[in-house]
Design a protein. Structure first.
Length: 99
């Protein structure tokens, strides 16, 4: 009869050898991980590309903010036209006015 049972952890995929009688972990072996950076030149190239992507995102955000005042003015004008077209409608009721 085996005294040691080999178990693989479902979370970290480590291999454990457990003694059946004492229910104690005898050995523990972590899963071998890949190195964080396999190719240094490729990692540098990716970082150079990140700067261009950040700049592009900033320019889009800046342009949207720059035009935001015009968009608000157009929305206000349209809502003002709707309010003048139907003066009987009035402002919307507040939640405490429904009683």
């Amino acid at each position: 009869m085996k005294k040691l049972m080999e178990i693989t952890c479902p979370c970290c995929e480590a291999k454990l050898k457990v003694d059946i009688v004492t229910e104690a972990v005898i050995t523990y072996e972590e899963k071998k991980k890949k190195p964080a950076i396999e190719d240094f030149a490729k990692a540098v190239q990716n970082l150079k590309g990140e700067a261009a992507r950040r700049d592009e995102a900033f320019q889009k955000s800046f342009a949207a903010t720059k035009n935001q005042g015009e968009v608000f003015n157009k929305k206000f004008d349209e809502l003002l036209k709707q309010a003048k077209a139907d003066p009987t409608k009035g402002p919307p009721k507040k939640p405490f006015e429904f009683d």
